[in-house]
Design a protein around this ligand. Structure first.
Ligand SMILES: Nc1nc2c(c(=O)[nH]1)N[C@H]1C(S)=C(S)[C@@H](COP(=O)(O)O)O[C@H]1N2
Ligand SMILES: [Mo]
Length: 301
């Protein structure tokens, strides 16, 4: 059995640092508050902030259920069955529900949300997602007073996902957020990208996207959302607690124990193009910094 070592997961070498701003434009946002929120921190339009190509977004992926190399998810996920699909919402709520994809697309309007994905490995992409705020989905359930955290669970199906036949992570893939992070309007339920339905390799039929956190916080192919009282242990915390904390906010001032997080390589750029500076909270500081007032972000990494 192949067990990959975490020391094999390394970022590309750091060349240089130059950088710019973040493009976060929400089109068709349903409220004024949302519109100003998605337009905030939008000061850019340089080359490196242009949308990553559809090809790069859909062929350079991390999705260990389908293999650990970047090309594996595209190659191995094409026949993955995403129908029928439903999500259960359970735990510390008055009214557990199970909601099908059909119901989800009827109940929630997906809008375009162009957000940067910053992987903990040191690369980034700008992706025109389609989706809606997780808070809208969570408004369908009544939280109990013990609902302090949200745990996301990805699908477990080793027959279809050959990566799950190896103990690379403690399957199923799990992630979590504090309840206020989960209810923040930037926290998105993703249903598509580039105005098309979500490709399997990007987490079809439904994945989470949290723009100010490292990419691994954004679980793909989710089947369960569980409200819990205690901080959940995510798959990456379980794999290497020293390297991957619960919060995992993008923070250029807090290095990964084995590499700097100060810069990133923009996918799609020439390989000799300079790296760009990573921004605090991935460029969404204005929107989310208040969630962490008074917290020591080196300790709560
Ligand atoms: N279920 C699941 N979700 C996952 C992963 C995974 O291996 N399994 N990889 C994470 C990581 S490390 C990143 S960077 C992003 C990549 O998303 P993308 O392939 O859509 O760009 O998905 C995240 N979500
Ligand atoms: Mo990642």
């Amino acid at each position: 059995m192949k067990k990959i070592k975490y020391s094999e997961i390394t970022p590309e070498k750091i060349y240089n640092n130059r950088r710019s701003f973040i493009k976060s434009i929400g089109i068709g946002a349903s409220s004024v508050a949302m519109t100003s929120l998605t337009f905030a921190g939008n000061a850019l339009s340089e080359e490196k902030n242009k949308n990553t190509s559809y090809k790069d977004i859909t062929t350079y992926n991390n999705y260990y259920e389908f293999g650990t190399s970047k090309s594996d998810p595209y190659i191995n996920s094409q026949n993955f069955k995403t129908k029928p699909w439903s999500i259960s919402i359970e735990g510390e709520i008055e009214n557990p529900i199970n909601i099908s994809m059909e119901e989800i697309s009827e109940m929630f309007v997906s809008e375009e949300r162009i957000y940067r994905l910053r992987c903990v490995e040191g690369w980034s992409m700008v992706i025109p997602w389609m989706g809606f705020s997780l808070s809208k989905l969570l408004s369908k359930v009544t939280l109990t007073s013990k609902a302090k955290y949200v745990e996301f669970e990805s699908v477990y199906d080793p027959d279809q996902m050959k990566g799950q036949r190896y103990p690379v992570l403690n399957w199923p893939y799990k992630e979590g957020l504090r309840i206020d992070e989960a209810l923040h309007p930037l926290t998105t339920v993703v249903t598509g990208l580039y105005n098309k339905k979500l490709p399997n390799q990007n987490g079809a039929p439904l994945r989470i996207f949290v723009p100010w956190k490292y990419g691994f916080k954004s679980a793909k192919a989710i089947v369960k959302i569980k409200l819990v009282e205690k901080m959940p242990t995510s798959s990456w915390m379980w794999a290497s607690p020293r390297e991957y904390g619960f919060y995992s906010n993008v923070n250029p001032n807090v290095d990964h124990p084995r590499w700097s997080q100060a810069t990133e390589r923009v996918i799609g750029n020439d390989i000799f193009a300079p790296r760009v500076k990573t921004l605090m909270f991935n460029g969404y500081e204005e929107e989310v910094a208040s969630l962490y007032t008074g917290m020591n972000l080196k300790r709560y990494f």
